[in-house]
Design a protein around this ligand. Structure first.
Ligand SMILES: NC(=O)c1ccc[n+]([C@@H]2O[C@H](COP(=O)([O-])OP(=O)(O)OC[C@H]3O[C@@H](n4cnc5c(N)ncnc54)[C@H](O)[C@@H]3O)[C@@H](O)[C@H]2O)c1
Length: 264
């Protein structure tokens, strides 16, 4: 018996990087998953690989109706929804306050918080009635930047700290029906992009900084994790049999917590 046999999940930002690795692992463990991403092309590649275990929804996490479509598809296709994974995110490529022109600060804030914070709120709202029905759970992707400085600039770091607030408040509001937790991974070489408002939508993280070297040299455990190295925590939190008492928690799996400061 696998940990997620018969399980149904929605994963946002499922087209690449961490989200894709979560979908692949959940399916390996017996789940069926609605993969939600803005990139139709990435979703089709995932569907080609995983077949009937995956349904795909192309849309924007900043849209309540797109979130509702994704959650409704899980219920109509798989009969229920057990876990909503909010994961789609944008990074700010370490843009500091002094170096950001004020117009970009305004529009960049709206875009980045729209995805990293509003996207999570709208996703949980759309999933809520189905999660109450299944007594399921929410898992959000945060970051080392949810606890420490220098994992981004003020926009990203503030957005991930806001995620900690979401976890605590939503765990409080949704108890005892729905568990709400988060995972805070550290750096990894993915397709992670930034807000168009900051001119950062065409650059991936690994093109801008030597993320694998930074992790290998600057994290406590001295290796460069790949997305699949982070997904065990999601599996644990999604599997009620393994984490029935856990709510309101953020698992810091970034390996930065024991360092005096982040070298990124
Ligand atoms: N890569 C890192 O170093 C790192 C470190 C810590 C935390 N994270 C977090 O991990 C999560 C996943 O990022 P990743 O590194 O796998 O990047 P990624 O770009 O490979 O994956 C994110 C996915 O989200 C999708 N997406 C972006 N905006 C969207 C929107 N508005 N609507 C729908 N889909 C959208 C993208 O198309 C992409 O497929 C993010 O929340 C990120 O903040 C990443």
């Amino acid at each position: 018996m696998s940990w997620l046999d018969g399980h149904s999940a929605v994963v946002t930002g499922a087209g690449s990087g961490l989200g894709r690795a979560i979908v692949e692992r959940f399916v390996d463990e017996g789940a069926r998953v609605v993969a939600f991403d803005k990139s139709q092309q990435k979703l089709e590649e995932l569907k080609d690989k995983l077949g009937d275990a995956v349904e795909i929804v192309a849309g924007d996490v900043r849209s309540s109706s797109d979130n509702e479509r994704a959650c409704a598809l899980a219920v109509t296709s798989f009969g229920k929804l057990d876990t909503f994974v909010g994961n789609a995110g944008l990074w700010d490529f370490n843009r500091s306050l002094p170096d950001t022109p004020v117009e970009q600060l305004e529009s960049g804030f709206d875009e980045l918080f729209g995805v990293n914070v509003k996207g999570y709120l709208l996703g949980v709202k759309a999933a809520l009635s189905a999660l109450r029905e299944s007594r399921g759970s929410v898992v959000l992707t945060l970051s080392n930047a949810a606890f420490f400085p220098a994992g981004g600039g003020p926009l990203y770091v503030a957005s991930k700290h806001a995620g900690v607030g979401l976890v605590k408040q939503l765990a409080y509001e949704l108890a005892p029906d729905v568990r709400v937790n988060a995972v805070a991974p550290g750096g990894m070489d993915t397709d992670l992009r930034g807000p168009a408002a900051l001119g950062l939508s065409d650059t991936a993280i690994g093109e801008a900084i030597p993320i694998n070297d930074l992790m290998a040299q600057g994290s406590a455990l001295r290796f460069a994790p790949q997305p699949a190295d982070y997904v065990g925590a999601y599996l644990l939190l999604a599997a009620k049999s393994q984490s029935a008492t856990v709510t309101g928690s953020v698992f810091d799996i970034s390996s930065f917590g024991i360092l005096p400061r982040y070298a990124g």
